[in-house]
Design a protein around this ligand. Structure first.
Ligand code: PGA
Length: 254
């Protein structure tokens, strides 16, 4: 059976109010109700999760944008995997480049991934290079982000990992500045190869590889078809209901 394309909305630190968050989530929910070939996951700021998750008993799933590795305790400002699960979310993004830019290391990301998996959350691990050199050094960089991130993750948990490849140079721009589909195809093959060499081949090959970085309606079809991405991690275009609905409809047809 063909796997459903996964479309993840990363709202980042948006929208500014809960009522707007509710409206946006409600719009997505209505849009998804007739679409059977995609899986949609909304990742709002932590504070909106309980309200939005509880209002949604349908095809949309929810995730957080980060998580901490401890179960509880004196960790001011942090949120545990259990708390995220308890309000109804099933996913968490880990290692987004905007968090890495604030000091998150591969080691911290690895601890977060293991803690989230242990609690039964599915992990969307973000990797991506800042720039590309002609010497191909970004391949080695990505390999390290990937393998350090999932170091020590048991084989049985690999099915709960999703990799989002997001070249940093393509984030927050326009579709025309995004990665070209043929380059994404190359990256999807590379990521699968790295995973398959290090882990159980079948388990590694079944890990979905998403593309992120200025995914918009105009490049959705190309990225999913020619880029061979198993889905998209959508930032700014997920905040515009019209654009996001277009992405969902296009993805449902690919
Ligand atoms: P963008 O963000 O779609 O606005 O480029 C993607 C992301 O950072 O996850």
């Amino acid at each position: 059976m063909k796997r459903k394309k996964m479309i993840v909305a990363n709202w980042k630190m948006n929208p500014p109010t809960l009522s707007e968050a509710r409206r946006l989530a409600g719009g997505v929910k209505r849009a998804v109700s007739g679409l059977s070939k995609i899986k949609v996951i909304i990742c709002p700021p932590f504070i909106y999760l309980p309200a939005i998750c509880s209002a949604s008993k349908n095809k949309v799933s929810f995730g957080s944008q980060d998580v901490f590795w401890k179960e509880k305790g004196a960790y001011t400002g942090e949120v545990s995997p259990r708390m995220i699960k308890d309000v109804g979310a099933k996913y968490t993004i880990i290692g987004h480049s905007e968090r890495r830019a604030l000091g998150e290391t591969n080691e911290m990301i690895n601890r977060k991934i293991k803690a989230a998996l242990k609690e039964g959350l599915s992990v969307i691990l973000c990797i991506g290079e800042k720039e590309r050199g002609s010497d191909g050094s970004h391949f080695k960089f990505l390999q390290e982000e990937l393998l350090e991130g999932i170091r020590g993750v048991p084989k049985k948990s690999l099915k709960n990992i999703i990799v989002a490849y997001e070249p940093i140079w393509a984030i927050g721009r326009h579709a025309k500045d995004a990665m070209k589909p043929e380059d994404m195809h190359e990256m999807a093959i590379y990521i699968k190869k790295v995973l398959a060499e290090k882990h159980d081949k079948n388990a590694a090959l079944s890990i979905p590889i998403l593309y992120g970085g200025s995914a918009e309606p105009s490049n959705t079809e190309d990225m999913l078809r020619d880029g061979q991405a198993d889905g998209l991690l959508v930032g700014h275009a997920s905040l515009n209901l019209g654009d996001f609905k277009d992405i969902l409809h296009i993805a449902n047809k690919v």
